[in-house]
Design a protein around this ligand. Sequence first.
Ligand code: IMP
Length: 429
Amino acid sequence: MPTRSIFGAQWGDEGKGKIIDLLAREADYVVRYQGGPNAGHTVVVNGNKFILRLVPSGILHPGKVNVIGNGVAVDPLSLFGEVKELTERGVTVDPRCLRVSAGAHVIFEHHKKIDALSERWRGAGRIGTTGRGIGPCYADKAARTGLRVADLLEPARLRARLTAVLVEKNALIESVHREAPFDLEQSLAQYSQVAERLAPFVADTGSEVRHAWKQGKSILFEGAQGAMLDIDHGTYPYVTSSNTGTAGIGTGAGFPPTQVERVLGVAKAYCTRVGEGPFPSEDKEKDGDTIREVGREFGSVTGRPRRCGWLDLVALRYALDLNGATGLVLTNLDVLSVFDQIPVCVAYDVPGQKGPVSEYPAHLPDIEGVRPRYERMPGWRVDIGAARRYGDLPKATRDYVEWVEERIGVPIELLSVGPERDAVIPRTA
Ligand code: IMP
C-alpha cells in the first residue's frame, strides 16, 4: 500500500487540512510528525467547519488510526480542549483512533508564557509567533531539559524534572522579564491530572507505524506549517522550530523517509504569510486586500489577518525540490477569479547581483532585499467554484495551471476550488 506525505510548499495555510482529509479516505494511518497546536488545519464537511490543531486530519473519517508522532510538540491541555470540541460535534476520539507518542515533547504553561515574553523582548525584531509555546518547547528538547509524554506518566519523574525545570524557568521569568513565577505544586497538580487522561492514548508510535507499513497498511504523513517556515531551510529566523517537510518524517515519526513513495506539496495559487519575515511577492496594495477578503485570509489559530501576495515560483520550486515532491496540489484557485490579470513572480532581482535570479537565495540578507519580477497571466473572470472536472474550467484557468506546471517541474495532480470537501478537481490531460 502506498505511503504518502503532504507538506506545505509555501509559508503554511496552503489548505493542507482539506487535502489530507481527502487522501485520508484511502489511508489506514494518518501521522503528524512535527509542529504542534500552532497548526490550524481546516476541513469543511457539509458546511460544518472543523479546525484541527494537534489531532491529525484523518480523525474525521471513522476507522482510521491517527498518530501524533514523537516530533510533535504536544500541549495536553490544548489537545483535550480539541478532543472535547470534536466529541461535542459528534466525532469519535478514543484510544482506538488516536495515539500519542510517548516520546513527544510536552508544551507546558511556562513555555507559552516564555514564548510571549520572548516576543516582547525581541521588540521590533519579533518573529510574530502563534504564542503557543512552540519555540521554547523545542528549545528545551534541543537543550535536553524538556519533558516528554512518558515523563508525565511517572509521578516521581514528573516531580523531579519539573522541579528542576521550573527553578531555571522561574529565574528567567522573574529576573529578566520581571513577571510572576510559576508555582510548582500548582503546575504538578495540573499536569498530573491531564497525564491520567492522556495515559490510554500513549503508545510507541514509531514502532506501530513501521509495523503497520510492513503489514501492508497505507500511511499518510501530515505536514504542518510550510517549507518556507522550516527551521533549517526556511527564512530563518522568521520560521517555526521544526522541520516541516520530508526531512521531518524520519526524525518526527520514526519512519524511514526513503520509504515514502509519493510526496505531495500543497500550494495556493497565490501566497500568504502570517507573522514577520521576508515575503518577496507580497502585495501591500489593493490587490493584496482583495485576496485577503475573497480568500478569507485570516489565521485559523490566531485570527490574525494574513499578508497576501502573488504566487512565487522561485520559492515554490525551491520548496518542491527541497522536499523531493512528486506532485503538487494547487489550492484556492477560485480566489483568483476576481482578477483581470494574474501576476506570477518568476524571478528575483537581488541587490548586488547582475540580472534576474531564479534560484532561491540561501541567506536572509539576500532574500530581504529582493524585488520580484512578474509575468502577468490573463484572468478568467468566471466563478469556477462549482467546477468538478478539469474540462469544466475556462481555457484561461487551464492555461494558468499548465503554465505554472511547466515552470515547477512536477505534475499538478489536484486543484482545489472552494473550502468544501468535494470542491476538488483531479488534473487530467
Ligand atoms: P511559531 O511556530 O508559533 O513559533 O511561529 C513562528 C512563525 O511561524 C510565525 O511567523 C507564525 O506565524 C508561523 N506559523 C506557525 N504555525 C503556522 C501555521 O500553521 N500556518 C502559518 N504560519 C504559521
